[in-house]
Design a protein around this ligand. Structure first.
Ligand SMILES: Cc1cc2nc3c(=O)[nH]c(=O)nc-3n(C[C@H](O)[C@H](O)[C@H](O)COP(=O)(O)O)c2cc1C
Ligand code: SF4
Length: 517
C-alpha cells in the first residue's frame, strides 16, 4: 500500500528546511523501495515543530517534528514499521495545542493540498458559496451582518455594514479588493491562508462579489510573500478551470474574476486608501476620507476592501449560518480570531480560538512563556502600532473593547513577546522611528511629529531635562493621536505611551536591566 506523507510547503516550514526534508524522504523511500506519495500542504501552525510532517494511518494522521533531512531514513522506517520514534507527536488532531483550538477560518489549513480545487471541495469547500447562491445578494449581506464578523485587518469595522454600503451604492462597476499586505510585526495568518488554503479566500471574495454586485476582484499581496503570490496565482488558475471563477461562476447567473497585484514594500500601503492608490499605479499615499472606499474606492468606484481573514471567514459563516458563528466569542467580538504568537515565545504559531481568552492564557499557558526561559516582561499586541502590555494586565480578555479600554488594540491578532532583557525606552523609540520611516508624509502631525518624537526620546534617554522632555513627548503623542489623518500617525502613540506608563523605570535609571545582567 502506498504511504501518504504530508509535508508543508508553507514559507515558515521552508525557512527551516521543509524542502530538504521532502527530498530526503523521497530519496529514503527510493532506497527502502517503499511506495510513498508526498503531498505538499500548508502549515498546521505549530511553528516550533516545523518542519512537521504527517503520515496517514488508519487511525488518522500522525505528526512528527521538528524533522531534519538526517532523520529521513530512520523516520521512514519507523513510520512503515509502525514503531516508536523520538519525533513522534501522536495523532495530529490529539496534540493538545491543536485540540484546544476552534478552527473555523483555518479548518483546512495544513490538511488540504492547496493546489487542488478537488481536495478543497472534498473538505467542505464551496459549500458556503452554494448556500450564498441560494440566499441571493440581500440575504447574504444580512447573514454576514447577523454573524457579527468584524474586519480582521485591524480596525474591527463590521463587515456586514461595509458590504451593505457598497451593495446600496449604484455604479456601473464595483470592485472587491483583498488586503494581503500583512505588514504588522509578528503576524503571518494571511500568509498561512494564502499558502495553505487559498481557495477559501477566493470563495469569500466571490461571495462578496455576488453580495454587492461586483464582478472584479484584486488581491494586493506584499512583495515579501513570493510563496503566497505563487500559491494564489496557481489557485486562481485552478478556480478558473474549475468554474469557481469566471463568467458565469458555478453555473450561476453571476460572474467574477480575481487578479493578484504585488506591492512594493511600504507599511502604509496596508492602509486601505493608500493601498487603492498603489493598486491604481500611483504612489502609496493616504486619501482623505470621505469619500469612503465603499462609495468611491478603486478607480473611483464603490469598493469592498477587506483583510484576507475577513474574506476567509465568510464561507464558514455562509455554510453554517450567522447564529453558528456569532455563538462563539464575547460582547461585540463574535466568532473566532486566528491569533499569532511570535517573538520570544516557546510555542509560537497560529492559534485560532473564540474571542474572550485572556492574554495571560495565551502567553503563559498556550505559548509556554519565553523561548529564552527568562520571565516575560512585556507583550506587544496588534502590530507596531499596538500597545505594550505588562504582566499586570494579563487578565485582559482578547476582545476589541477590552483591549481598547486598556488603551490597546488587538489589530490583526499578532502577539509579540519580550523577556526581561527588553529595554522599553528603546522599544518606544523604535515605534516613533518606524513611524518616521513609514510615514506617507501627507499630514504634519505624523510626518514631523514622529521625527521630533525620536529626538525627544533620545533626550530623555540621555537624561537631558527628563521631566520637561517627558511632558513634551506626552504632548506630542496627544497631537499625533488626535491630529493625524490615518492610524499610522494616530496609533503610534499607543506603543510609546504604554511603554512610558507601564515601564517608567526604563526611561530613567533602568534598574530592571541591572538586575537582569
Ligand atoms: C498604517 C496602516 C497599515 C495597515 N495595514 C494593513 C494590512 O497590512 N492588512 C490589512 O488587512 N489591513 C491593514 N490596515 C487596515 C486597513 O486600512 C483596513 O482597515 C482594512 O483593510 C479593512 O479590512 P477589514 O475590515 O477586513 O479589516 C492598515 C491600516 C493602517 C492605518
Ligand atoms: S498619519 Fe502618517 S501615514 Fe497617515 S496620512 Fe498622515 S502622514 Fe500619512
Amino acid at each position: 500500500m502506498t504511504l501518504r506523507l504530508f509535508i508543508p510547503a508553507d514559507a515558515a516550514a521552508l525557512a527551516v528546511g521543509a524542502e530538504e526534508v521532502a527530498s530526503a524522504l523521497q530519496t529514503a523511500a527510493a532506497r527502502q523501495k517503499a511506495a510513498v506519495d508526498i503531498i505538499r500542504t500548508g502549515s498546521r501552525g505549530l511553528h516550533w515543530l516545523e518542519p512537521m510532517i504527517e503520515a496517514q494511518t488508519p487511525a488518522g494522521r500522525v505528526a512528527y517534528g521538528p524533522v531534519t533531512p538526517g532523520d529521513a531514513d530512520g523516520l521512514l522506517a519507523a513510520i512503515l514499521g509502525d514503531t516508536a520514534h523520538p519525533l513522534r507527536q501522536g495523532l495530529t488532531e490529539d496534540i493538545p495545542w491543536l485540540k484546544r483550538q476552534t478552527r473555523l477560518t483555518f479548518a483546512r489549513c495544513g490538511i488540504v493540498d492547496p493546489r487542488s480545487l478537488q481536495d478543497y471541495r472534498a473538505h467542505g469547500g464551496c459549500k458556503g458559496l452554494q448556500r450564498a447562491l441560494s440566499l441571493g445578494p440581500a440575504a447574504i449581506v444580512e447573514e454576514l451582518a447577523q454573524s457579527g464578523l468584524r474586519g480582521r485587518g485591524g480596525a474591527g469595522f463590521p463587515t456586514g455594514i461595509k458590504w451593505r454600503t457598497v451593495a446600496q451604492t449604484q455604479a456601473p462597476q464595483k470592485y472587491i479588493v483583498c488586503n494581503a499586505d500583512e505588514g504588522d510585526s509578528g503576524t503571518f495568518a494571511d500568509r498561512m491562508i494564502m499558502e495553505g488554503d487559498p481557495f477559501v479566500l477566493i470563495e469569500g471574495m466571490v461571495i462578496a462579489g455576488i453580495a454587492v454586485g461586483a464582478t472584479k476582484g484584486y488581491i494586493y499581496i506584499r512583495s515579501e510573500y513570493p510563496h503566497a503570490v505563487a500559491s494564489m496565482e496557481a489557485a486562481i488558475a485552478a478556480a478558473r478551470r474549475g468554474g469557481l471563477l469566471g463568467n458565469p461562476i458555478a453555473q450561476s447567473a453571476y460572474s467574477f474574476d480575481v487578479e493578484v497585484r504585488v506591492g512594493a514594500g511600504a507599511y502604509v500601503c496596508g492602509e486601505e486608501t493608500s493601498l487603492l492608490e498603489s493598486l491604481e499605479g500611483k504612489r502609496g499615499q493616504v486619501r482623505a476620507k470621505p469619500p469612503l472606499p465603499a462609495h468611491k474606492g478603486l478607480f473611483g468606484r464603490p469598493t469592498v476592501i477587506n483583510n484576507v481573514l475577513s474574506f476567509a471567514s465568510v464561507p464558514v459563516i455562509m455554510d453554517n449560518g450567522a447564529a453558528f458563528y456569532r455563538d462563539f466569542g464575547v460582547g461585540k467580538s463574535r466568532g473566532t480570531m486566528p491569533i499569532q504568537l511570535a517573538g520570544n515565545i516557546k510555542c509560537s504559531g497560529l492559534f485560532e480560538t473564540a474571542f474572550g481568552i485572556t492574554l495571560g492564557e495565551l502567553v503563559d499557558e498556550i505559548g509556554g512563556g519565553t523561548r529564552s526561559g527568562r520571565p516575560v516582561r512585556a507583550v506587544q499586541v496588534g502590530g507596531p502600532l499596538g500597545a505594550y502590555f505588562p504582566r499586570a494586565l494579563f487578565d485582559t480578555p482578547f476582545d476589541y473593547e477590552a483591549f481598547a479600554a486598556r488603551d490597546g488594540l488587538i489589530g490583526h491578532g499578532g502577539i509579540v513577546v519580550f523577556d526581561d532583557t527588553v529595554d522599553m525606552a528603546k522599544q518606544a523609540r523604535f515605534a516613533l522611528e518606524f513611524c518616521a520611516i513609514e510615514s506617507c508624509g501627507k499630514c504634519t502631525p505624523c510626518r514631523i511629529g514622529s521625527a521630533r518624537g525620536v529626538e525627544t526620546i533620545d533626550r530623555i534617554m540621555r537624561d537631558e531635562k527628563r521631566a520637561a522632555n517627558t511632558e513634551v513627548l506626552e504632548d506630542l503623542c496627544n497631537t499625533m493621536k488626535f491630529g493625524s489623518l490615518c492610524a499610522l500617525g494616530g496609533f503610534t502613540p499607543y506603543p510609546v505611551m504604554s511603554a512610558l506608563t507601564h515601564f517608567p523605570e526604563d526611561f530613567g535609571a533602568r534598574p530592571h536591566l541591572q538586575a537582569a545582567e
